[in-house]
Design a binder for this molecule. Structure first.
Ligand SMILES: [Fe+2]
Ligand SMILES: [Fe+2]
Length: 213
């Protein structure tokens, strides 16, 4: 009974979190923002909008990360796996918070489709969790690997003078690699190539939309 209540609690908490994040509310980070000591450089309008588009994608990605981890934590069978999912989800809150702060500094806003990103990702995370812990961890590891590669690309695409965004993405990249390693150490299965490809295509569609919307 307790376990059921605990999962129901998790679901309620994650829906509450989703509503708050989707409305653009800033969530509190546990660690200091990596950009804190990096001086702000005033960018021209084109570069500012480009940087904002990239950081909106990263903010949307972190909303997806929240939903994926919440969906998986709600369905994971092994309590240890469940606890690890929760710990990683807590670290993703830092990323979400830092991206939101940067969007504010760039005088921009989160994706208007945030509730949709959250709902879709929660369903995918729950489905991965229901498939079993090995697959769920495999999905997590692949997600984190793809996010790490994506961040590498975004770090290169940022306007050269946007060192504040770059500092945030640098730290996120380190954390995502750590999450992938955690999943591997916990017994992640290797996902079939078509699944990995589908994940890339889905993420690509989300990125194309979130850059503007
Ligand atoms: Fe993240
Ligand atoms: Fe991560």
């Amino acid at each position: 009974m307790t376990r059921n209540y605990s999962r129901l609690d998790q679901l309620i908490i994650s829906i509450d979190t989703a509503l708050r994040m989707s409305s653009g509310e800033t969530v509190e980070a546990k660690r200091p923002n990596p950009a804190t000591s990096v001086p702000e450089i005033v960018m021209d309008e084109v570069n500012r909008q480009h940087a904002a588009g990239l950081m909106r994608i990263n903010h949307a990605g972190e909303i997806c990360a929240q939903a994926l981890y919440a969906g998986q934590a709600a369905t994971a069978r092994n309590p240890e796996v469940q606890a690890e999912m929760q710990q990683a989800a807590d670290e993703e809150i830092d990323h979400l918070s830092w991206c939101k702060e940067r969007l504010d500094e760039l005088e921009s806003r989160p994706s208007l489709l945030a509730p949709l990103w959250y709902a879709g990702s929660f369903a995918i995370g729950a489905a991965a969790g229901l498939a079993g812990d090995g697959w769920s961890l495999g999905f997590l590891k692949e997600t984190e690997n793809q996010v790490e590669a994506h961040l590498e690309g975004h770090i290169a695409k940022l306007p050269a003078e946007d060192e504040r965004s770059r500092a945030i993405l640098d730290q996120m990249k380190i954390d995502e690699a750590k999450h992938a390693q955690m999943a591997e150490d916990s017994g992640a299965f290797d996902l079939p190539r078509p699944v990995r490809r589908l994940m890339k295509l889905t993420a690509g569609a989300m990125k194309a939309v979130a850059y503007k919307l």
